[in-house]
Design a protein around this ligand. Sequence first.
Ligand code: AMP
Ligand code: ZN
Length: 456
Amino acid sequence: MGLRLYDTYTRSLREFEPLKPPEVGLYTCGPTVYDYAHIGNLRTYVFEDVLRRALVLNGYQVKHVMNITDVGHLLSDGDVGEDKMEVSARLKGKSAWELAQHYTDAFKTDLARLHIQEPTIWARATDHIQEQIDTVRCIEAKGFTYRTEDGIYFDTSKLDDYGHLARLDLEGLQAGARVRVGEKRNPTDFALWKFSAAGERRQMEWDSPWGVGFPGWHIECSAMSAKYLGSYFDIHCGGEDHINVHHSNEIAQTEACYGTRLANFWMHAYFLQVDTGRMGKSAGNFIRLQDVVERGYDPVAYRYFCLGAHYRSRLTFSWEALDGAVTALERLRETAYGWGAPGSVSEEWMDTFVAQVNEDLSMTRALAVAWDLTRSTLSDAEKKATLLRFDEVLGLGLGDWRPAGVPDAVAALARQRDAARAARQWAEADRLRDEIAAAGYEVRDTPEGAVVRKAT
Ligand code: AMP
Ligand code: ZN
């Protein structure tokens, strides 16, 4: 059975076929590095990582590009307000460049802690100013731009289907436009290039054919995706908040310049929320992965927690729910460890697992298949090999995990005891239990097999 994915553009589940098999071009909107990522942002990146691993599982070669927005993201989506980078730099008494580097490094640390694979290409907005200027020129040459006091804008009324991705009600927006549109012709128009204000010396600004300034937020994604993946590629992702503005504008830019809708599939992860609502950088309910670590949690438990809900439904975070993920993850790790060395993969179980992954990444059900596997009649060696293959998508690092502080010699005794029990050699099993206890460890028998821990 092939891979089926939900495409926001057509609002439907579609069979996935690469445009140029076996390669798949994947572009995922990356972080704005004026602050740390919160665990809500990271939920979206976990989803994208699972998608990428699922594509590889299906035999494709993925070329994955992620941008880093280190300039030009204004405080509001309406192109008014200040640049978030410059504001943050001023507040923190650092240069915008230093801040961008600091938060980019912190972001990469978070990805590694969650076993999120790094993209094939990292694309920093400030390394691609020329490409962005060229794309604006292309849009200008096609007649889609106009100039105001503060920048070059995209005239969204010139595209027949502007906002199709979001099913925007353009007439309603026009009628209800209470926000100051300023010199914008339509409420949905957006900046492609902003001028530095007269008399202002920005830390990040560049010459352009229109005057000194900086790129609008959306143009980097159209410019950099075209550079690395072509102007029409396979899959573009982000969080659900990107549908209405950012992705609608990316499509408008690419459509104006190249005549394509940028990507064949548009996929969006839904929000992580807390009981007070969506987790957001400015919402005051900001939890970082570092906070999770400082409370003593293994960050991989957060990944497990994310796998417990479908990416197209909102997920409510609580520390109690994370505790549940910790318990489950520990059991799975200990169980898999206790199986010893891997044997051969069960193709039948693999098919059952892949069927769930391929049904629009039904990871909750895919995890349930992993638990069913632990209770199956396969041999331990087969279970181990099969679970490790599942883990190529789950990304829980089950093959590398070792019980904390359990020496290999004690773990070996536990496996000998498992073998003795399986052979109904009860006296030998008891003797091994005593030997393990003498070394300061205890054995607990669970439905999935024996688990060793330091004696309490
Ligand atoms: P940003 O750094 O704000 O551009 O966001 C980075 C990514 O996180 C984008 O794909 C957003 O759509 C996504 N995102 C933002 N808030 C949340 C949230 N509460 N839950 C899940 N994803 C989010
Ligand atoms: Zn983007």
